[in-house]
Design a protein around this ligand. Sequence first.
Ligand code: NAP
Length: 280
Amino acid sequence: MTPDRYAVVGNPIGHSLSPRIHALFAEQTGQHLVYEARLGRPEHFAEDVREWFREGLRGLNVTVPFKEEAFRLVDQHSRRAGRAGAVNTIWIEADGLLTGDNTDGAGFLRDLTQRLGFDPGGRAILILGAGGATRGLLEPLLGAAPARLVIANRTPEKARGLQQDFADLARGARLEASGLEDMPAGPYDLVINATAAGLGSGGLALPPALLGASGIAYDLVYGPAARRFLEWAGAQGAATVTDGLGMLVEQAAEAFAIWRGVRPETAPVLAAIRDTAGIG
Ligand code: NAP
């Protein structure tokens, strides 16, 4: 029997860990599928994706820089993809409609609550950055009822835009927005680096005392790119520091569950990916 075909598209895509993650999920759950990386062509993204599905592709993950374009391309999308304004998971329904979802926020929240054991309820949270990733995190984080959530961004207007867009979900939480220079003082229980910048020259310059004694520092990026932020957090006395590899595996598991109707165990896959990718 021919295996079902899945893929991830991005540009660049050479270093994507998704093919390895989905191969491990398939092996673990006994699903008969192949999953490959495809280089997206910026001027031809929409036509390429439609052609791939016409050729029999069953599902597609979408990564940088195509998530917003994928949102515009699909015929219908989930509520959470609508909130995020971005799609990272596509499949084709029996009626031929391309359907899009965004599993990034759910993957992040699952990693935070299940692996790290952090309940955002009643806590103070700082998110650095106001790009697509932050937009994806806001609905699940606000849904977990924090006491306070601050979005701080290099371009403060973008942080304020998100504050307005998500005000209806804030309920009891204090949802605030600022620039990076005038961030409301800590301590925060959770500081999330959702910028595409490292720390140091040309990157972020963070004030001390942002993190509380039992605080968690979470960088959405992983590998060497996360090193400076995590070192900064360690020097601030953070109780837990983590990169975004757990989120990557969890958002993939969420996509796999949508496509295959079975949810893989993520802990052994995360451990295997850390080993083989050499991401310590
Ligand atoms: P994006 O939409 O391009 O937004 C980039 C953000 O970084 C903006 O807030 C931008 O500020 C800020 N920024 C860029 N350079 C900066 C600098 N030198 N100093 C301060 N701020 C700077 O990107 P995104 O999609 O939100 O992704 C953000 C990061 O999350 C990326 O590194 C991405 O790889 C990672 N991510 C990881 C996962 C995962 O599964 N682990 C999932 C999604 C994303 P301005 O608004 O001022 O430009």
